[in-house]
Design a protein around this ligand. Sequence first.
Ligand code: SF4
Length: 411
Amino acid sequence: MKNYHIITFGCQMNKSDSERVSKFLEESGLKESSASEADLIIVNACSVRQSAIDRIRGKINNVKKEKGKPVTVITGCLLEKDKKEMQKLFDHVLKIEELPNWPLPILEKRKGERFTVKPKRCGPSAYIPIMTGCENFCTYCVVPYTRGKITSRPSKEIIDEAKEAIERNHKEIWLLGQNVNAYNGDMSFPDLLKEVNKIKGDFWIRFTSSHPKDLSDELIDAIKKCGKVTKYLNLPIQSGDNEILKKMNRPYTTEDYRALVEKIRGEIPDITLSTDIIVGFPGETEKHFRNTVNLFNEISFDMAYIARYSPRPQTAAYSLKETVSESEKKRREKLLEELLKESNMEKNKNYKGKEVRVLVMKRTKKGFLMGKTEKYKNVLFKGKDELVGHFTKVRINECTSWGLKGKVVKK
Ligand code: SF4
């Protein structure tokens, strides 16, 4: 066995896990390759949506057709029901945290080791998991079943990993967790942010995800006062209707959410806010959806990740009768996307003629450089490859609803 290929589905947490798997396999003598050259294919799965499971099925069938018989492993976030199905498609269904004990001859010598390897990083961002698991049991969500109870990493391990990433020239630290506000290591999450903020160097700190019920005044204060923490916050509302929020087991009301946003904007007026919304939850009527639309218009988010509800086995909502057709879910999704487009256009217009600091992420297929502003806006511009991975200044001369375009400001 010489080459491996890893396919990752789902959130940044899974991407971060895959970076660690890659490093571990390379330390064991394997090289990363394309799927067609690999003897070992690993799929790091996500069970959050049925569509991801369907895509895994398609992808592995294609890989097997192309390549004949590489050894195939599926790992990651998997429900018991999905595991059973995946056993028919993959040679092995294995737990990621048991990687040193995976039944692969190449790993024979590493049996019994603890899987806490440093990740193989690429790109300017370093994703650092600070906690995993969740005990909130939102009725639509599989995470409490696939990731289990909350476990938080010791702060020293996190801070050391962040220092090392900065020394290796990463310009952005992403602290990750299913609900970072529930971090319960040897210090609170706001204190952890302050510690990472103290690391010397020119870099940004981001974090995700934040449950509104756990977003404390201390955290707002830490975001406000820590210069390296970007003024960008993802605050999932999920629905703009109290009845639906209750059914989702989200223990806040829309009034609580509005008050929280008001408080955050009062303290940090220039903060940008993004949210997550599920449309078509069982029982969501037109009236409920209108409440979401009203809240959406009122708060005017900078970004929203809108998902159509899909029932997942084991969750409490799985037993609820679906009442919204797929076409109606699509209509609701599209309507919110249109609203987002309009409000973004209005906001982005304000950038015209301004200079923004951008972290250059990559070159796009169309040949532009693509960067992110501190407020997480996309910026496209022309420039040399050497800029990738660095901060640069761009003067904005064009604004669209999904981002900005500009020219590098010569120093
Ligand atoms: S807080 Fe997030 S991860 Fe936890 S159950 Fe709810 S949606 Fe899932």
